[in-house]
Design a protein around this ligand. Structure first.
Ligand SMILES: NC(=O)c1ccc[n+]([C@@H]2O[C@H](COP(=O)([O-])OP(=O)(O)OC[C@H]3O[C@@H](n4cnc5c(N)ncnc54)[C@H](OP(=O)(O)O)[C@@H]3O)[C@@H](O)[C@H]2O)c1
Length: 247
């Protein structure tokens, strides 16, 4: 199912779930633009896609302010020769801690990357998709946006905002042909969760699957929602959490 005419922007496409998603989209013939701060990781991700015969470019950016998000969107549109057809809002940070131990700086960092960046990327890209009558946006949420978990108030609430924004954007842009959906992962082995050590296994043990996911397992669901295979799905949140939020 090669589609050489599409361009996808994957934030945080240089690591973990984002990189696995970028690889899979590129395997479908889609031109992938990956974003991250670290140039070395960016170039490595692009090289991996190109060496497998795919098309990829890297934009280095810290997405935590509206101007940067808008600038990244504009550069991706230029790379896509006038359009970005798929937006994967994946870049995110997940510092855990009790509410009374959380600093204002950490609060602002989490909301800036997890909520503000996607908000202004959508503000820049969705109208263009709507004008063309077609597009897909996938927001990466988390299972801990669906229940109260001690130490995850800040992170969980930022992703709960994304869950509502998924529905709001489906209402705003869906009638113009832009499908907006979310994937809600459970514990997943990535560079970002390496530091959790045994904590990741312990969290995963609470779910029927009883193990952490691979980044590829999460990416499968993201690619499904980003492509026409899910053509009648709008405003949905797909739990890919080994069953954790089902019990
Ligand atoms: N792994 C899990 O268990 C899990 C579970 C549920 C949900 N999620 C969500 O899934 C998404 C990906 O998680 P992951 O574990 O794959 O993450 P990861 O391995 O830590 O990768 C995070 C990516 O985001 C980029 N990034 C971080 N800060 C950035 C910034 N300020 N500006 C631009 N890019 C930035 C990173 O690149 P640079 O560092 O180079 O900037 C990297 O590419 C996140 O939204 C996370 O909340 C993950």
């Amino acid at each position: 199912m090669a589609d050489n005419s599409l361009t996808a922007l994957v934030t945080g496409g240089t690591s973990g779930i984002g990189r696995a998603t970028a690889n899979k989209l590129a395997q479908l013939g889609i031109h992938v633009v990956v974003v991250g701060r670290n140039e070395e990781r960016g170039e490595k991700a692009v090289a991996e896609i190109r060496s497998a015969g795919g098309k990829a470019d890297f934009i280095a950016s810290d997405l935590r302010d509206a101007a940067s998000a808008r600038e990244v969107a504009r550069r991706a549109i230029a790379i896509g020769q006038g359009h970005v057809d798929i937006l994967i809002n994946n870049a995110g940070i997940f510092p855990f801690g009790l509410t009374h131990e959380t600093t204002e700086e950490t609060f602002d960092k989490v909301y800036a990357l997890n909520v503000k960046a996607p908000y202004f990327l959508v503000a820049e890209l969705a109208p263009l998709m709507a004008k063309r009558g077609k597009g897909a946006i996938v927001n990466i949420s988390t299972m801990v946006a669906d229940y109260g978990a001690s130490g995850m108030s800040l992170y969980g609430s930022s992703k709960a905002a994304m869950n509502l924004l998924t529905k709001a954007w489906a209402a705003e842009y869906g009638p113009s042909g832009v499908r907006v959906n979310a994937v809600s992962p459970g514990p997943t082995r990535t560079e970002g969760t390496d530091a959790m050590g045994e904590g990741l296994e312990q969290l995963a043990a609470q779910a029927p699957a009883g193990r952490p996911a691979t980044a590829e397992e999460i990416a499968e669901a993201i690619v499904f929602l980003a492509t026409d295979r899910s053509s009648f799905i709008q405003g949905a949140k797909l739990a890919v959490d080994g069953g954790r939020t089902a019990i």
